[in-house]
Design a protein around this ligand. Structure first.
Ligand SMILES: [Zn+2]
Length: 117
């Protein structure tokens, strides 16, 4: 039994999209990413399953979400990249990490790169 509230906590509230020369735009991840659906109501989005695994230098979480407006299912894929910025002067530098968010459809087909978190 998975605690639904815990799953929601795994999803960052916002992602950032890079707008070339105009800086970054903040978008909410509380929305349905399926085509032709404009649901932006978190109450109509139900995370129900997660997958978690590690690849070399990456931690991947996939959160499966059911949209109660279009009755579709999509997956938010959160990739955290970990790497250490090597400096010749300071060996104690903290590892940097960066997150990427992708949306996938129910079958794992990419709906696109959403942004960074
Ligand atoms: Zn939807």
């Amino acid at each position: 039994m998975v605690d639904k509230e815990d799953l929601r906590d795994l999803i960052p509230s916002y992602a950032f999209i890079s707008l070339a020369r105009r800086g970054m735009e903040k978008i909410s991840l509380d929305q349905c990413f399926l085509k032709d659906c404009d649901n932006q109501d978190p109450k109509l989005l139900e995370p129900f399953k997660k997958e978690e695994y590690k690849e070399e230098k990456k931690e991947i979480k996939k959160i499966h979400i059911k949209c109660k407006k279009c009755n579709g299912i999509f997956i938010l894929k959160l990739e955290t990249l970990k790497y250490v910025a090597k400096s010749t002067k300071d060996e104690k530098e903290e590892p940097l990490s960066m997150g990427l968010v992708y949306a996938l459809d129910e079958n794992g087909n990419s709906l696109g790169h959403i942004g960074y978190f």
